[in-house]
Design a protein around this ligand. Structure first.
Ligand SMILES: Nc1nc2c(ncn2[C@@H]2O[C@H](COP(=O)(O)OP(=O)(O)OP(=O)(O)O)[C@@H](O)[C@H]2O)c(=O)[nH]1
Length: 637
């Protein structure tokens, strides 16, 4: 029935586990799936999680930093899973409160094996009982049968009662199904006893092993023998350890703005002085000679001291300035008690509103707040802490975890690795219309040229008139910007099959030893099936090294729809057994959104993929690396 039960720390260390079924080879462990799909991606607000073929449920003991997990086949409906989770949690926490955090002493948790058997037995018994109680009564116990019997055997006025007749017929009266329900109070008491250290379950520990089974049964429960053992000296439970807090890092760097970059519709473009477009350069040269893109500057940074930074000697919560805005609202909730869900509800509603105001997609704001709530329930606000700092800390951790890339964003290293195999590295830019695909492809190209890469641009937008000419102008400008730059355009005009053009371009780049092929594609709406099929074909035929989704930072809820449907189309229309998905994103027009940076969060949450670059204007130098800390600060300001 149940396939796996496990107890782990929030850091991912498994303290205790019970596997009731063997995993099929190659199948992901439900615990690993939970860590990567729920804990790291802050989806703890969900009810359950499918890690095929399992349904995984979990609960937290936030005060001890523990996660309790139960997995079973998703096709089964097990009504007692939540109760089992709670029972495992209460007994485990009761027993090991003084040990938790001591991951070096992991063998100590093996003692939970027997406790778990008892807990499972109790819960299963209880549910078996209640199922029995709910089972339909046999006909000979039903009132209909009683009435029939009464009418047929007992003559009215001839003495004897209907009840007596029924009793004589063996009907046994009308039992109330509710009356046979299990004694929940005693179950709680049993579980509480199981949660005490030194108390052995089922007489296996603590000297009760010799007690005859019948005697134990006569005493009313398997736990009564444990009571005898508990008569000794149970270990005093100590307080658990405080939960760990994580922090993001990074700093914003300024860069000069430059001039407009899109020359496609002006005849003067060809004659413009391209050096004026470089500004101070795209990035800083590293010791190994590579150019790194500058980091995004904080849109909300006023240049002064940041009260919210917690990097000084004084903890943020001890600073005297009263909090304003969102955090000012939560400040009123100063408390020294254990947090319950009801305490957090108003604050979380406010937090959700705030995130939506920052352009975070509404569903994602809801999931995130649920996840943060589940991480706070059961924790205690410290003596110098307010609810505001507790929520902020937890939300910061959650946001940083979502935004921190889980796969490599070192494109230069990837290019080098692929080039060593004798082929060019291919990046395909996809997205809806007008978001800035061609413009940002050119910015990426400029960055690659600074890093001395030989680049071929493949004009695979054969749909929009002017698209090829736009790229030709970019290629010409870029060539003029960097001395010795090798950048060329591969185009076959309009109306041809983009998948075929990309294939030819890659073959040409391989023969001519280009390092990188940048494939520009036509903008398309996510619901346009013919165009989405064409894109899936381009990807399937050419298998690019990176599929980069270009999206506007201006979008709110739409971000989720665009990304999910692009990914869905790549899955459904590729015809491949192992279809590709979007590998990363470029977020454009960041210069136009002030501090409404929610799209960055929505996109990473939806795909689990990193934002490779952020477009901050219309010049070749307006490309930045995303800075997690900057986005988190802007979201919480
Ligand atoms: N402010 C600002 N404008 C940008 C940015 N990136 C692109 N743009 C502008 O957005 C407009 C559209 O850019 P394109 O590169 O033509 O967009 P596209 O996605 O290739 O367009 P289609 O091929 O029609 O789908 C142009 O005017 C660009 O200058 C940015 O980061 N900031």
């Amino acid at each position: 029935m149940i396939d796996l039960v496990a107890v782990l720390t929030k850091g991912g260390v498994v303290l205790w586990t019970r596997r009731m079924a063997t995993l099929r080879p190659g199948a992901p462990s439900p615990v690993d799936a939970l860590i990567s799909g729920v804990l790291i991606e802050e989806r703890a607000g969900l009810d359950a999680f499918i890690a095929d073929p399992f349904l995984v449920k979990w609960t937290f003991a936030n005060d001890l930093g523990l996660v309790f997990v139960v997995a079973h086949q998703k096709v089964l409906t097990l009504p007692y899973v939540d109760e089992l989770l709670d029972a495992v949690k209460s007994t485990f926490c009761g027993r090991f409160r003084d040990l938790v955090g001591d991951v070096a002493n992991i063998d100590a948790y093996a003692e939970f094996d027997d406790v778990f058997d008892s807990v499972l037995e109790l819960i299963e018994d209880k549910h078996r009982e209640s199922r029995k109680a709910k089972a339909p009564r046999p006909f000979n116990e039903s009132r209909k049968f009683q009435n029939t019997l009464e009418a047929s055997r007992i003559k009215p006025g001839k003495g004897g009662s209907a009840a007596a007749a029924a009793s004589a017929a063996g009907g046994g009266g009308t039992a109330d199904p509710g009356s046979s329900s299990p004694e929940t109070g005693s179950l709680a008491a049993k579980l509480e006893r199981l949660g005490q250290r030194g108390v052995g379950p089922r007489g296996k520990r603590g000297g009760a092993a010799g007690k005859p089974k019948a005697a134990a049964a006569a005493a009313g429960s398997v736990l009564d023998s444990a009571d005898a053992a508990a008569g000794g000296s149970p270990t005093q439970a100590k307080r658990g350890k405080q939960m760990r807090a994580w922090d993001g890092t990074g700093a914003a760097v300024n860069a000069d703005p430059s001039q407009k970059l899109d020359f496609s519709d002006t005849t003067a473009a060809d004659a413009s002085a391209p050096t004026a477009l470089i500004g101070d350069g795209l990035g800083k040269r590293a010791a190994d000679g590579t150019y790194d893109a500058l980091e995004l500057e904080d849109p909300a940074d006023d240049g002064g001291d940041d009260d919210d930074d917690n990097d000084g000697a004084v903890p943020a919560e001890q600073k005297k300035k009263p909090a304003t805005g969102l955090m000012g609202y939560f400040e009123r909730w100063t408390a020294g008690k254990i947090l319950a869900e009801a305490d957090l509800e108003p604050a979380m509603l406010k937090m959700k509103e705030h995130l939506v105001g920052k352009n975070v997609a509404a569903d994602i704001a809801t999931h995130l707040c649920e996840s943060v709530t589940s991480g706070l329930v059961g924790t205690k606000i410290g003596p110098f802490q307010s609810l505001s700092s507790a929520i902020r800390e937890q939300m910061e951790t959650a946001l940083s975890r979502i935004l921190t890339p889980s796969s490599s964003t070192d494109v230069l290293r990837d290019i080098k690795r692929v080039n060593q195999t004798g082929r060019p590295y291919t990046i395909t830019f996809v997205g809806v219309n007008g978001v800035g695909k061609s413009t940002n492809l050119s910015k990426v190209c400029f960055w690659l040229l600074q890093n001395k890469k030989r680049v071929l641009i493949a004009a695979c937008d054969t749909f929009r008139s002017g698209a090829v000419e736009q790229l030709r102008v970019h290629a010409r400008n870029l060539k003029a910007l960097e001395e010795g730059a090798v950048v060329d355009l591969f185009d076959k005009g309009y109306g041809k099959d983009p998948a075929g053009i990309a294939k030819e371009a890659i073959a040409h780049a391989t023969a001519e030893r280009y390092d990188v092929v940048l494939v520009d594609t036509a903008g398309r709406m996510q619901d346009n099936e013919p165009l989405m099929r064409a894109l899936a074909k381009l990807i399937a035929v050419n298998s690019p090294d990176k599929i980069v989704f270009v999206g506007e930072a201006l979008v709110g809820n739409e971000a989720v729809d665009q990304l999910s449907k692009f990914n869905q189309a790549l899955r459904d229309f590729s015809g491949l057994r192992d279809p590709r998905q979007i590998d990363g994103m470029i977020l454009t027009k960041f210069d136009t959104i002030d501090d409404k940076v929610g799209a960055a969060l929505s996109m990473t949450y939806t795909t689990g993929k990193p934002i490779l670059f952020v477009g901050t204007g219309q010049t070749y130098t307006d490309l930045r690396k995303m800075n997690v800390r900057t986005i988190v600060n802007a979201l919480l300001k």
